[in-house]
Design a protein around this ligand. Structure first.
Ligand SMILES: NC(=O)c1ccc[n+]([C@@H]2O[C@H](COP(=O)([O-])OP(=O)(O)OC[C@H]3O[C@@H](n4cnc5c(N)ncnc54)[C@H](O)[C@@H]3O)[C@@H](O)[C@H]2O)c1
Length: 383
């Protein structure tokens, strides 16, 4: 008989992330030896038929059509928020008040002040909490963190990241509603800054520490789009593209760029870090590799090496297949669930917590403000 403790999950939203998280809950216990076992207790969506179809496909025991009912259920231990950004705060506040653990999708909130309200309430409630910045758990990125923390790069001079897509170039694409809420500022809070750069920022502050100030340019290339919910042509309030410079607290300089107007790019998230002794580079399209250059190597063999991050002594990889066989995108979510469950067992919060994610929110706020003022803007302190 299993000695594992059940952790009953109530998941809200059955889109892209609802699927990615459900997959992670199902797999984690097969590959990681953990004290807690997630149980797919209930899936929540507004449309009952869709909720039932989703629940049947993934093996949820029950469905709800109102997240308030789900949050109040005694048989739910943890609420997983996989809904658009404008719903995160209300659901998280209710879940915290009901004493539930919370796993919330990124970005934490619509903006910094809303995020701070969530952090205060959740810390007061004392419930385990985490935000799904999943790229921290791609083994090659986790390896980058290890190499930096070991001091292999020495003093860091530069951090460079970009996240490029091309799916909103057509003027005919409407904004708002199912599938297109990302173009509606009332649902998303911002455009590429909160959606894509938030990922780059979270990885950056994890790898390289906090940022002092930022200077940004933002642009909305298509100014008006038909709104799917009102049927009217409405002003577009999101940033279609954003590029910003940043100064990190450790003295390093950074550039970040994101757009949904880079024809040919679907999800090109890349980062490069240059230190005194060594550099590292990573590319989401080749996510199982970490590029590493070490100037201390003997001159005649010095050069960039491409580390295939699949050996059992690489982060998380001992739990998967044999060396040489790689894993993919969905595994970053499995790793994040594994760390969350381990955190509960050891009473040690899994990062990023709501408070960690507030730092990213404050940087996004400063970036968007700078995009408007044209000035360098200071980043508020989230600690
Ligand atoms: N970690 C990542 O890499 C990553 C990737 C994509 C999305 N996200 C984040 O995940 C969240 C969801 O994004 P997505 O891509 O899964 O969106 P999606 O459009 O695919 O799915 C959103 C789901 O939420 C449901 N929904 C909306 N309002 C609801 C409500 N009031 N009650 C119940 N259900 C409701 C929709 O019906 C849909 O099922 C967003 O915050 C987004 O920023 C994170």
């Amino acid at each position: 008989m299993s000695t594992k403790k059940n952790l009953n999950i109530g998941l809200i939203g059955y889109g892209f992330m609802g699927r990615a998280h459900s997959n992670a809950y199902r797999k984690v216990g097969n590959f990681f030896d953990l004290k807690y076992q997630p149980v797919l207790k209930a899936a929540c969506a507004r449309n009952e038929q869709n909720a039932k179809a989703f629940a049947d496909n993934w093996g949820y025991e029950s469905v709800e059509t109102d997240w308030r009912k789900l949050v109040e259920r005694d048989d739910i231990d943890a609420i997983d928020i996989c809904t658009p950004n404008n719903t995160h705060a209300e659901i998280a506040l209710a879940a915290g008040a009901a004493g539930k653990m919370i796993l919330c999708e990124k970005p934490l909130s619509m903006n910094g002040p809303e995020g701070l309200k969530m952090v205060k309430a959740i810390e007061k409630a004392g419930v385990p909490n985490m935000v799904w910045y999943n790229y921290r758990r791609v083994p090659a990125v986790t390896l980058a963190k290890k190499l930096i923390d070991e001091g292999r790069l020495g003093k860091i001079f530069h951090y460079r990241a970009k996240f490029l897509q091309d799916w909103t170039i057509s003027e005919d694409l409407p904004q708002g509603g199912q599938g297109l809420w990302r173009l509606d500022v009332k649902a998303a809070g911002s455009g590429v800054t909160g959606d894509l750069l938030a990922h780059c920022i979270d990885t950056a502050i994890w790898l390289n520490g906090g940022m002092d100030k930022v200077s940004a340019m933002t642009e909305t290339f298509i100014k008006e789009r038909k709104h799917n919910l009102t049927g009217k042509v409405e002003k577009v309030g999101i940033d279609d593209a954003c590029a910003f410079m940043a100064r990190f607290k450790n003295g390093s300089l950074a550039t970040f760029e994101s757009t949904r107007y880079a024809r040919g790019h679907k999800a090109l998230y890349t980062l490069e870090i240059n230190g005194e002794h060594a550099s590292i580079a990573w590319d989401l399209h080749d996510l199982h590799r970490l590029q590493y250059f070490d100037h201390r190597d003997q001159g005649i063999v010095r050069g960039w090496r491409s580390i295939h991050v699949t050996d059992s002594d690489h982060p998380y990889m001992g739990n998967w297949w044999v060396p040489g066989l790689q894993i993919g995108y969905e595994h970053s979510f499995v790793h994040q669930v594994a760390d969350f469950l381990e955190g509960i067992a050891k009473k040690k919060p899994a990062s990023p917590t709501f408070r960690d994610a507030l730092e990213t929110q404050y940087i996004c706020d400063a970036v968007l403000k700078s995009g408007k003022t044209g000035r360098w803007e200071k980043v508020a302190n989230a600690k």
